[in-house]
Design a protein around this ligand. Structure first.
Ligand code: ADP
Ligand code: ADP
Length: 227
């Protein structure tokens, strides 16, 4: 599903060039569940932003499905991103003025889906995520765990093939963190490819495949034996 070949990304930090990604080769099959671990500054977020087409490499190639997305212009890249990729961030990034329901359905509104097609899909997600009673609440009326569930619902409302999560439990207590991870894992069980950046080894170890990064390089790629 995903193939990265010799991907490089360089940043300039003052006088110092930093290789945020240093010749990364990586293949990911559809339906995999990966965690990305490593020290702060090792390139985890940069890798996730590349996979999510939020950022472009300086060199190297990226295939998503049959498309070499590293060769696309901004507009075509955005179209791929909207169609295929969902994001979940540590800080939720919900819109404060919109209710839980409105946040979740926003991606459908933006792509012109008719209200009568939006409603069943949103209701279904609200129910699955145990958020029905909170549908009309604003983000600041929700707990952290509930906000992250709303953010996950928004990320998957358009049924992306790939779900990218950057420290999705970073702001949560261990109980709501556990809830959120289990929800992500359920979505993975249903077929979505899940890539999660975490610096929590207990979270990272749950993934069936674990990558470790250091200084922009993939240090280790470890996977469970097939059952
Ligand atoms: P991690 O997610 O593992 O903490 P990052 O991918 O955020 O690592 O960063 C990798 C390296 O690239 C770090 O040295 C960081 O300071 C640098 N970096 C990341 N993004 C930028 C940016 N937008 N501008 C300058 N340097 C950046
Ligand atoms: P994380 O906690 O996920 O590792 P960071 O705090 O390292 O995230 O970075 C958050 C965002 O800020 C990243 O998407 C990255 O692009 C940007 N960033 C990281 N380091 C720098 C930097 N030195 N200069 C500018 N932007 C940076």
């Amino acid at each position: 599903m995903i193939r990265l070949e010799q991907l490089c990304k360089r940043y300039q930090l003052g006088d110092e060039p930093v290789m945020a990604l240093d010749h990364v080769d990586l293949g990911i099959d559809a339906g995999e569940y990966l965690s990305v671990m490593g020290p702060s500054g090792s390139g985890k977020s940069t890798l996730l932003n590349m996979l999510g087409l939020l950022d472009t490499p300086d060199s190297g190639r990226y295939w998503l499905g049959d498309t070499e997305v590293s060769a696309l212009g901004e507009e075509a890249r955005a179209a791929q991103r909207n169609r295929q990729i969902g994001f979940v961030f540590q800080a939720y990034h919900l819109i404060d003025r919109l209710s839980a329901r409105e946040n979740i359905e926003l991606p459908l509104v933006l792509t012109g889906t008719a209200p009568e097609q939006r409603r069943p899909r949103v209701n279904d997600l609200l129910q699955r995520l145990g958020l029905e009673r909170h549908a009309d609440h604003l983000p600041n009326q929700l707990s952290g765990g509930q906000r992250q569930r709303v953010a996950i619902a928004r990320a998957v409302i358009r049924k992306p093939a790939l779900l990218l999560a950057d420290e999705p439990t970073g702001n949560l207590d261990s109980h709501s963190g556990q809830d959120v991870i289990e929800l992500l894992e359920e979505l993975n069980d249903e077929g979505i490819t899940l890539v999660m950046v975490t610096h929590d080894p207990n979270m990272g170890q749950r993934a069936r495949r674990r990558l470790w990064m250091q200084d922009g390089q993939l240090l280790k790629d470890e996977r469970d034996a097939q059952p």
